[in-house]
Design a protein around this ligand. Structure first.
Ligand code: DGJ
Length: 746
């Protein structure tokens, strides 16, 4: 059992793998937080809440003046009812008041994890893998019911939280703030850790000391954004990759979000996370309900890497869905950086032909195949093929590609409309806009109003029609601007601030319907690169284009930062041309390949222009990736050297049974007279011997992890190395297999 309730102590003890999370129903029914951290056997000793009221803290109960909510650790605090800190929710009543008072009413505990209607969320295939606690809180004065849901994953250090608001009263309530979780820690001796950046440098690692007051990250751009990933962690000051405590919070949501950390006058730390209350409100009429997105909370007492591996397992197995969840992903070539908008069918076929010769499995036709789109100034929304460029239509082109035994993929940007398009001319009110205000453009485009059902229905119909018209095996779903002048033509004035959340719900609906209608198509999400790399998207599309920055050296930081919570199988990583189009850097084809092999591998350049020598390198890279693909896409990931802290970067993948490993090292700039270095590996079996593939060296797992692997001398900038190891027992087993079954070629 993962959730134990003690009736006499009024305590819930949630046990997730090696984690305990303890909640107590306090006096008068207030829900307090006792503990979250390393598993505790017996929770009776933890019932030691120090509740003594302090000066300048009011009491909510005049018959018991011993405590104040202002200094009580709570599970879902309100503002104003003696707690004067940063609240988890706030509701306005018809009389203008915003005071609410939620008290414990009842609870249920059951096996499994329910779906969140209309929202992405983690799930279990086997009901016994999770247990859920629902605590019902009531404000009887206004008939407000709030259900706090906690799901405990039996075998992972994961607890998920979400909240449901139900209006069982007679007046309309206005949700001004409805965050997905809140937790109070007893101290503030933490670092705040998050992934922030900008276009072309997404998910850079940021770590700073907590100070008294309010700090955190948030986004009000209409999408989760390049600027801040919807993730934060609190780290013990001494926590590093492999030791120390880490508390991770990841929001399964793709819209405006906030992650707030408030250190109060008594040095307690309150973490809240959810939909950004800025420019948001939601009207809840009698009998209506509202469900918040889910927060995935991960505890690690073995440093950051362990936290990352927990997120990786959870996202791979309990967030991504569909037939591609457990399948290795194809190696692709994409024509974007090869041709941009300047291509025709023959050019495409030429690139595809070379790609096939080199071993590539999928060709992706990027932007520019539709309407009259010869640059980025027109045609978004006009999803009909451009016959000047593609005379045989998509079906004809896809079949030509298929005839080479290559799969065909297609780019779309379904959420957008160009003012210069047939769609916009017919439906000028279908975009997000505010009457009598200018409609600001970014990349000459506007955002379609996905808060409207008719607009969503139209998009679903248009995209499905194209997908059914040709043998399409893959879709790249792009989104290239954020929202401005946010408003919807169909919503009444009192609901205008619902627009961006309704947009996100509309987006989830269209992604759900389209991906369900085409279960055999592999969908990859993209938003100007990694501008919407979040768990909400992964629920519908199991891989995401990591960044528009394809430079191998820039990718060291981007991929390293992304790995903090996202597994390699979700990260698109391509080899592109030099000088690189984003940073103009020249790196070797080897380094570009070695870096891209740490994700979903592909190419994004004109392979037909390569020399024979370059083609031979590419052929080898592809053959190698096919051999290590299972390991990279489903193995355990270990960060070894951070490019944020050194002139180097290193990481490695280890198979679950620890018999295989793939190691990557890069030195960024050449150093004069450098020291000799050894790279200490992680995650191997100390008792196993490992053979270095393609070499005669055999090393003990203990030797590789403690003494380390000697890094050979490197000359020049932007160098990289890779090593493969296979346990000698495994090699012996393979030999026996070949002996007993000689037709097997390994
Ligand atoms: C932005 C994407 O990130 C690129 O890869 C490419 O698809 C362009 N959009 C096309 O417009």
């Amino acid at each position: 059992m993962s959730i134990i309730y003690s009736e006499d102590k009024k305590i819930f003890h949630l046990v997730a793998n090696n984690t305990s999370y303890i909640i107590k129903i306090f006096k008068s029914g207030y829900l307090t937080h006792l503990y979250w951290g390393k598993k505790i056997r017996n929770f009776s000793l933890t019932d030691t809440l120090n509740t003594n009221k302090r000066q300048w803290c009011a009491c909510p109960d005049i018959s018991d003046r011993t405590y104040s909510l202002d200094s009580l650790p709570q599970e879902y605090p309100a503002y104003g009812n003696t707690d004067l800190r940063y609240p988890a929710y706030q509701i306005q009543m018809e009389n203008g008041s915003t005071i609410t008072d939620l008290r414990y009413h009842s609870h249920t505990i059951y096996k499994g994890k329910p779906k969140l209607e209309g929202l992405p969320a983690t799930y279990v295939d086997i009901v016994d893998d999770a247990e859920t606690l629902e605590i019902e809180l009531l404000d009887s004065c206004i008939g407000l019911k709030v259900i706090l849901s906690y799901t405990v994953f039996e075998k992972l250090d994961v607890i998920t939280r979400s909240v449901k608001f139900l209006n069982e009263g007679t007046q309309t309530l206005k949700l001004l703030r409805c965050l997905s979780m809140s937790i109070d820690f007893k101290h503030s001796d933490f670092d705040l850790f998050h992934l922030s950046g900008a276009w072309a440098r997404e998910r850079y690692i940021t770590r700073r000391s907590l100070t008294v007051g309010t700090q955190g990250i948030s986004n009000a751009r209409g999408g989760s954004g390049h600027q801040h990933n919807p993730f934060i962690a609190l780290l013990d000051k001494r926590t590093d990759e492999y030791s120390g405590e880490a508390y991770g919070f990841s929001l399964v949501y793709s819209g405006n979000f906030t992650a707030n950390v408030d250190v109060d006058q008594f040095d307690t730390t309150r973490v809240t996370m959810g939909i950004n209350p800025f420019d948001f409100s939601w009207l809840l009429k009698p009998s209506e309900s509202f469900h918040t997105p889910e927060v995935v909370m991960v505890y690690s007492c073995e440093g950051l890497n362990n936290m990352s591996q927990t997120y990786h397992r959870l996202f791979r197995n309990h967030l991504c869905r569909g037939q591609f969840r457990d399948r290795t992903r194809p190696i692709l070539v994409n024509n974007w950086e090869a041709t941009y908008f300047d291509f025709d069918s023959d050019k495409i076929v030429e690139i595809a032909k070379t790609a096939k010769e080199l071993g590539i499995e999928l060709f992706v036709l990027d932007d520019g195949w539709f309407g009259k789109r010869d640059d980025d100034r027109s045609s978004l929304g006009d999803w009909f093929v451009n016959r000047t460029k593609i005379p045989d239509g998509l079906d004809g082109l896809a079949k030509r590609i298929n005839s080479m035994d290559l799969k065909f993929g297609l780019w779309f940007e379904p959420e957008m409309v160009s003012p210069d398009s047939e769609l916009y001319r017919s439906h000028p009110d279908w975009c997000i806009h505010v009457p009598n205000r200018s409609r600001s453009e970014e990349r000459y485009q506007l955002v379609l109003d996905l808060s409207r059902k008719d607009v969503c229905d139209y998009i679903i119909n248009e995209i499905c029609t194209v997908l059914a018209s040709a043998p399409i095996s893959y879709v790249k779903w792009d989104m290239n601007r954020h929202m401005t002048e946010v408003g919807s033509a169909l919503l009444p004035s009192e609901r205008q601030r619902e627009t961006s959340h309704r947009y996100t719900l509309g987006l989830y609906r269209i992604m759900d319907e389209i991906t369900s209608a085409f279960p055999n198509i592999l969908f990859e999400s993209c938003s100007g690169g990694g501008g919407r790399f979040d768990p909400g998207i992964l629920y519908y599309m199991p891989q995401i284009w990591t960044s528009d920055d394809t430079d191998a050296i820039a990718r060291l930081k981007i991929q390293y930062g992304t790995s903090i919570i996202y597994p390699a199988i979700t990260m698109g990583a391509h080899v592109s041309t030099v000088p690189n189009h984003q940073v103009k850097r020249i790196t070797s084809l080897d380094t570009r390949g070695n870096v891209a092999m740490a994700g979903n591998f592909g190419y994004e350049l004109d392979l037909s222009k390569f020399t024979d020598e370059e083609k031979a390198i590419v052929k080898k890279q592809i053959a190698l990736y096919k051999e290590i693909r299972q390991l990279v896409q489903f193995g355990d990931f270990y960060r070894l050297i951070s490019p944020f802290e050194a002139n180097e970067a290193a990481w490695m993948f280890v198979s679950e049974d620890k018999t295989e490993a793939f190691v990557f090292y890069s030195r960024v700039l050449a150093e004069p007279n450098p020291p000799h270095k050894a790279l200490r590996l992680k995650g191997l079996n100390s008792d196993m011997d490992y053979n270095q593939l393609n070499e005669s060296n055999v090393f003990g797992g203990d030797e590789l992890m403690h003494a380390g692997l000697n890094i050979p001398e490197l000359s020049g900038d932007f160098q990289s190395l890779i090593w493969r190891f296979s346990s000698t027992e495994q090699i012996e087993d393979k030999r026996k297999l070949i002996f007993s079954c000689p037709s097997l070629i390994l």
